[in-house]
Every structure is written in C-alpha cells, then in structure tokens.
Ligand binder design. Structure first.
Ligand code: KIV
Ligand code: NA
Length: 277
C-alpha cells in the first residue's frame, strides 16, 4: 500500500469520507495505528505528558519531537505523518519556524508539521508553506498556551469567540495550511468552520461534523489516566490489562512457576551426560 498524500486526504473531504487520525509516539504504536488503517498519525507534543511524564506540553523540545518522529516514520507504511512543532520552536519568527520545521521534515521525515494559533502564526504558516513544508493549523484550545487561556476549557462559546475562531480558520487556509485541528470547540462552531473551509478540519472535542477526528493513542487505549477530558472515549483499558499481566508474571517469578520447560533450553543427551558427569 502506498503513502497517503495531502491531495488524497483533501479528496476524502470532497468525497464525504471522514479522516481518521490518532497520535503515535514510537515504532510499535505507529505500526499498530497504521495497520488499523489510520489516515493520519500525529506525533503530538502531547507525548510530553503521555510518554515523558511532563506536567504540560510546554517543556517539549525539538530534539525530543525529532527522536519520536523518526521512530514513528520507521513504523509507518501508509498513513500521512504530522509532527507537532513544540512550544517556542516557531513563535519567535518565520525564520525560526522554517529552521525547526525544516529539521522535523527533513531529518525527521514527517509529511507535515502542526503549529498552534491563529492570526499570530500566519507569517510562520506562509513561510513554512513557501519552503515546501505542508502545515496543519490548530485552533480552539491550544495546550501550549493553556496558562494564557486560564486552563483546559472549551473555546468560542460566545458570539465574539465563535466568530474569531471562524476568522482564524479562514486565515489559516488562506495562508496555505492544508488541514486544521479544532480542539474543544462547540460543535455548531466546528460544523460551520468545516462547511466554510475547503481544507479538512480535524476535531478533538469539536463534534461529529468535523471532516475528521483525532484522539490521543494512550487516552483511547486506557494507558493514561492522569485526567480524562469529556471528549475522550476509552475504547479499551489496556493499562489495566498490562498491570494484571505484569502482576501475574511477578507472582510466577516469585513462586518459581515461570519459566516452565517450554520456555527453557536443554542440552542434547550426550552433551548433558558429559557435562554433568
Ligand atoms: O499533541 C496532540 O496530541 C495534539 C492533538 C490532541 C490534536 O495536538
Ligand atoms: Na499538540
């Protein structure tokens, strides 16, 4: 199966097919999500919280994103891979954005980069696009600036806020963005943005009318329970299953019931006789 392209993915919107996206942070999660038929894998900076144990996404570095991107790319055959640009790797200037986005794209091998924000990052979106690096926008709840937003909460709940989101989405499309993530946005606002834009919208906590959906791998599989927003659906509790399996292993080690003969190697009879005397 061949790699999905921006063109093919944008065509899904035109054809009325939803885009399925999940995060992946390493080789095995990428292999599993790719084999499951995911259209897009996101190397999200949520990896800071989910796999590195940071308090927020703010501490994540370009080198960390690069390290995880390489592993995800190696585990992906078909899906389109988007990597998040971490905090302060693009905000200062368009030049900084192209330097860092260029590393993720060129050294990391991702197919596009994602950055948070609306009007304030338009020059960065334009510069990256001009440099040949496809960009995914991300508006609504933007975790990198959660302190400024005063916490993880739904954005665009009043008319002014809803109109601002619509304007940001339009401006991102005009600046060259190829997709836009809508996070924690009322479903009516996300629906209107999705109707008015040509590029696909990908929602998380933004209702069913977005052109696609994204969830964090560890959230939907039950590997992360530090907190669980309303928009998360846990499809399976693999964390609990892993704990049980590890407990069982521990007990078998302590009681000497693991390993059994079937897990062990033996000497050939003649060697054993000579060895043991
Ligand atoms: O970092 C991330 O996982 C994200 C998605 C939740 C959109 O940005
Ligand atoms: Na992110």
């Amino acid at each position: 199966c061949s790699k999905l392209s921006v063109h093919t993915l944008q065509g899904l919107k035109t054809g009325g097919e939803k885009l399925a996206m999940a995060t992946a942070y390493d080789y095995p999660s990428a292999q599993i999500a790719d084999a499951a038929g995911m259209d897009i894998l996101l190397v999200g900076d949520s990896l800071g919280m989910v796999v590195l144990g940071y308090e927020s996404t703010v501490q994540v570095t370009v080198d960390e994103m690069l390290h995880h991107t390489k592993a995800v790319v190696r585990g992906t055959k078909r899906a389109f891979v988007i990597t998040d640009m971490p905090f302060l790797s693009y905000q200062p200037t368009p030049e900084v954005a192209v330097t860092n986005g260029g590393r993720l794209f060129k050294e990391g091998g991702c197919d596009a980069v994602k950055l948070e924000g609306g009007l304030s990052v338009l020059p960065q979106v334009e510069a990256l696009t001009r440099a040949g690096i496809p960009v995914c926008g991300h508006i609504g709840l933007t975790p990198q600036t959660v302190t400024q937003l005063s916490g993880y909460k739904v954005q665009g709940r009043d008319v002014q806020g809803a109109v601002a989101l619509l304007e940001e989405a339009r401006a991102l499309e005009a600046a060259g963005a190829v997709f836009v993530v809508l996070e924690c946005v009322p479903q009516e606002v996300a629906a209107r943005i999705s109707r008015e834009l040509t590029i696909p919208t990908i929602g998380i906590g933004a209702g069913v009318d977005c052109d696609g959906q994204v969830l964090v791998y560890h959230d939907m599989l039950g590997f992360f329970d530090r907190f669980q927003p309303k928009f998360v659906k846990e499809y399976v509790d693999l964390g609990e299953q892993a704990r049980k399996a590890l407990q069982e292993y521990r007990e078998e080690v302590k009681s000497g019931t693991f390993p059994k003969a079937e897990h062990s190697y033996t000497l050939d009879e003649n060697v054993r006789t000579a060895f043991e005397g």
